[in-house]
Design a protein. Structure first.
Lengths: 325, 326
């Protein structure tokens, strides 16, 4: 990857990191309700994968999905406004943190039932094949999802129908509070299961945006060429707990320290230096990201709440909610 | 076309009509292709439309309905079959949490134009896990349309409406009606979802029924006519949209109401109908309402036991006699 491309990926990751930090701070200020599942630390997977996809490919993500929404075309302002229950939110304040969706740019949703979206990605890939569009579908999911039935049903169906779908596992080592290794009999919860379904399973450093982009690009070309689905297990680590309520005290200090030293932004900065990109140039990207997110926070704060009448719209395709005559 | 068509053949005919007019309609499910469906409700579809439009799946209910959802969100109109309605429980996440909510929780960004067809109800002696009337499960979830036709013509007309609908529809085909016959409908026959039908007129009492309970209610009405009681029979056709207006209009004529439901009394659809009537039609009533519904037990296997727990003509007649005398 050349310096210009890497600087672009770095800036995108930086925007996500700052948006997640803003979400965290806004929650503490009482401006975000409910809960959040922050993806700080996992930015390289979203940014690297997205850069390897076509604009018309389909992405399905989980309740830890802010990074995917941002990587696939949602703005920090739309996302933060959604978290803050504003009319200008990405889902008009009807979805919240766990359901960020931007269908217009192929980000077909964040789903909060573990593993539920894998069959949907299979269906979108099936649809792409039926329509002959050579589009790809990608399901991003956590390590915990690999122990749910829909994961296995999806891998089998995608394999037997040879569909253009990628299953990208963000293995951050903990399903929620419990280490995935304590509840899974194989060391690689996603990649080790792939061969049982007749599809390749690879492991990649999920904090290395260059490695992620390369792996997704390669598997995407393969899938688009009709060679079928693949599993990519991206090893990563979340900087925050599972959700707002979780201080993640169960994680050993030395493990946290080790992973914080393997931060996706630091890794990219190191690579940029190796490519001869000067500190001022990197600082410029930092500054642009900071400005974008600061403006987003202010705009979201200034946005109005949703019209209460919105509660009774959008159930049906006619826009309404009528269930009877 | 023949003078009569079976309910079973009407299913395949209804799907085929829509597949002929719209290339985005595709079918998926267990044994629906080469085998023509375990109930032979998809016979001929693979032959006519080929394997790119009729897809046999593994026994993976979540993958079937989840894939249908993903395809529906991206430009197709999938018709998914879940073999027995009891198996909806295997993919209930999609029908309770995903399909009915995704449009709303994305602020209207996506539509999910899909149909989940399923063989519903008892009468074939399949025991507790293959005989349930589960339409009340779907009724409990805002965001699903719920259709349950009683005649071959309605099967075709309501399938047309369901497949053309931009909203998700759960389509209950009644196992006990598959062999029944009726006149075939004309080409391009569409029965709008949410329109009940008054299938027998009468001024003394209103029987509201659905699917296999419609012919049962009609038989009860014949018995009652012999006793001088004229029952009006309303075939609801759909639970969502619920045609409460037609029920209330009938009560303006009859002032007495009995619901005839195959699903268990607890949580059955009749409770919703009755609550609407209590809210908006209390003044129309000259007698208490009665619900003839399934007993609140798992369905037993033996016919002699099953008869005890499902609605029968005798049970309906008995309730109506009581109300008529009130």
């Amino acid at each position: 990857m050349d310096a210009t491309a890497l600087l672009d990926r770095y800036e995108r990751m930086n925007v996500i990191r700052r948006t997640e930090k803003a979400a965290h701070d806004l929650f503490l200020q009482g401006l975000v309700k409910g809960t959040t599942h922050l993806a700080a630390g996992q930015e390289a997977i979203a940014v690297g994968a997205s850069a390897a996809l076509r604009p018309d490919d389909y992405v399905f993500a989980t309740y830890r999905g802010h990074h995917h929404a941002l990587a696939r075309g949602a703005t920090p302002e739309e996302c933060l406004a959604e978290l803050m229950s504003r009319a200008t939110g990405l889902c008009r304040a009807k979805g919240g943190s766990m359901h960020l969706t931007k269908a217009a740019t192929g980000m077909l949703g964040s789903y909060a039932i573990v593993g539920a979206h894998l069959p949907m990605a299979v269906g979108a890939a099936w649809s792409a094949r039926l329509r002959g569009t050579e589009q790809l579908a990608v399901a991003f999911f956590g390590d915990g999802a690999t122990n749910i039935g829909a994961f296995h049903e999806s891998l089998n169906l995608a394999a037997v129908w040879k569909l253009p779908v990628l299953f990208v596992c963000e293995n951050n080592l903990y399903m929620e509070y419990t280490p995935i290794a304590d509840v899974t009999a194989v060391p690689r919860p996603a990649a080790d299961r792939a061969p049982a379904h007749g599809i390749p399973g690879e492991v990649v450093d999920g904090n290395d945006v260059v490695a992620v982009e390369e792996a997704v690009g390669r598997l995407a070309r393969r899938a688009r060429a009709g060679e079928g689905p693949a599993v990519l297990e991206a090893e990563t680590y979340r900087h925050f707990g599972h959700s707002r309520a979780d201080p993640a005290a169960y994680r050993p200090a030395e493990e946290v320290e080790r992973w914080l030293k393997h931060d996706p932004l630091d890794l990219a900065r190191g690579r940029l230096a190796e490519l001869g990109v000067g500190e001022e140039t990197v600082a410029g990207a930092d500054g642009r990201a900071r400005a974008v997110v600061e403006r987003a926070v202010e705009a979201a704060k200034a946005a109005p709440p949703p019209d209460p009448r919105e509660a009774l719209t959008d159930v049906w395709a006619d826009g309404g909610a009528a269930w009877r005559t | 076309m023949a003078d009569v068509i079976t309910y079973r053949d009407a299913v395949a005919e209804g799907i085929a009509r829509e597949m002929r007019r719209d290339a985005s309609v595709v079918c998926l499910g267990e044994d629906i292709g080469a085998a023509g469906g375990v109930f032979k409700t998809t016979t001929g579809l693979l032959e006519e439309f080929g394997p790119e439009r009729v897809w046999d799946t593994p026994i993976s209910e979540q993958a079937i309905v989840g894939a249908a959802m993903g395809a529906a969100m991206t430009g197709m109109r999938p018709v998914a079959e879940i073999m027995f309605s009891d198996f909806l429980a295997c993919c209930w996440d999609y029908l309770a949490n995903e399909i009915p909510k995704v449009r709303y929780m994305t602020g209207g960004q996506v539509t999910v134009p899909l149909v989940v067809r399923t063989a519903n109800g008892g009468g074939l002696g399949f025991g507790a896990q293959h005989s349930q009337a589960t339409e009340n499960w779907a009724l409990a979830v805002p965001g699903l349309k719920v259709a349950a036709p009683a005649t071959p013509a309605d099967v075709i007309g309501m399938l047309a409406a369901a497949i053309r609908s931009d909203d998700p529809v759960v389509f209950f085909e009644h196992k006990g009606l598959l062999a029944t016959k009726g006149p075939p409908p004309p080409p391009d026959h569409v029965v709008e979802l949410g329109r009940a039908a008054v299938v027998r007129e009468g001024g003394d009492i209103t029987l509201v029924a659905l699917a296999s309970m419609v012919p049962l209610a009609l038989k009860a009405a014949e018995v009652l006519a012999g006793e001088g009681v004229e029952a009006e029979v309303v075939d609801l056709r759909c639970l969502v949209p619920l045609d409460a207006a037609t029920v209330l209009a009938s009560l303006r004529r009859t002032s007495r109401l009995v619901t005839v439901e195959e699903n268990p009394y607890q949580g059955g659809w009749g409770a919703t109908v009755v609550s609407v009537v209590a809210d908006e039609g209390f003044g129309l009533l000259d007698a208490p309402v009665r619900r003839v519904a399934g007993e609140c037990v798992p369905l037993p296997f033996a016919d002699a036991l099953e008869e005890q727990v499902v609605p029968t003509v005798d049970k309906v007649v008995t309730e109506v006699r009581r109300l008529a005398a009130y």
